[in-house]
Write a protein that binds this ligand. Sequence first.
Ligand code: PLP
Length: 383
Amino acid sequence: MTETPPPPSRARAEIDLGALRANVRALRARVAPHVRVMAVVKADAYGHGAVRCARAALDAGASWLGTATPQEALALRAAGITDVPVLCWLWTPGDPWDAGIEAGLDMAVSGRWALDEVTAAARATGRTARIQLKADTGLGRNGCQPADWPALVAEALKAEKDGLVKVTGLWSHFACADEPGHPSIAAQLDVFRSMVEYAEKAGVDPEVRHIANSPATLTLPEAHFDLVRPGIAMYGVSPAPELGTPAELGLRPVMSLKAGVALVKEVPAGHGVSYGHHYVTGAETTLGLIPVGYADGVPRHASGRGPVLVDGRVRTVAGRVAMDQFVVDLGGDRPEPGTEAVLFGSGEHGEPTAQDWAEAADTIAYEIVTRIGARVPRVYLGE
Ligand SMILES: Cc1ncc(COP(=O)(O)O)c(C=O)c1O
């Protein structure tokens, strides 16, 4: 980190772009030199801020960007990121294929309706669309089923011959890459290899073949092919605790969520705290008001469990998380109002991590960082 911002007034999410760049370099070091890194910046870069994170990832050697929706990809182009390929994979009928073609996006096609829409847009714009055919190798979500693959490949090749599309990629996505040794991993790789082989024999000449998300990037070299698509690892969060902590994986958490204590007050024993009075003070004590709540992405499900570092000690959410605030029992301590409360960060200074909140809320750390709301300003460090 190169700067230390002032204490938070209400709340802020600090985004350490130096850590993000280091994570991209660490991921690049794990893949063979010819393997490209696509920085996945969908969902506003998992809550970290898409444009800044995309730029930092590109600085550190990523050479593709990935988004879910076309709107996210077009926003990157509108922000001036015009000279790198951007793949976007979650299309619905009526989406702006024409704008995607004009913006030079790589557009995922998982089925016949999408190929029909993209070829119609190519005809209308008079330009060739870059498309990537997505195979469902076993995830059972988006992607083309093996039984439908020959027809999709044939139609795509016909459109390529007519100059309407260029098939730039063949790709897929894992179901259980975060569970090393899960039998579906080898099965999906087999299906992927055979679907790629089929398409290439039929005449597809892709620039990139890819299937690896963060856990596969970290644990499965045979899945790297021409490109890897890390998301969560780039943000310094372990895809699953079983794979190791961020430090064990050579990663540094990028986001820290901080708030300024809004009120400290003394209360007697037996005092109910927050909606529903699910916490009642056991003795005379002090309470601290932390001015963030579920509107800011603090999970209500972590009521009574979420950890927060305040005044040198990790405290626990007392009672319910409300929309805008929650309370911690300070046990008689009296920090000044405005004192920094750290909900999560790197963990290096005794603060909880996103993984700690995931466990408190019975979810995954992906959801903790991604859901931090728009009301929380992002403060960028290390730009
Ligand atoms: C198609 C696709 N590729 C890559 C990723 C990145 O996954 P992860 O964050 O586990 O690296 C995602 C995210 O879910 C995805 O949907």
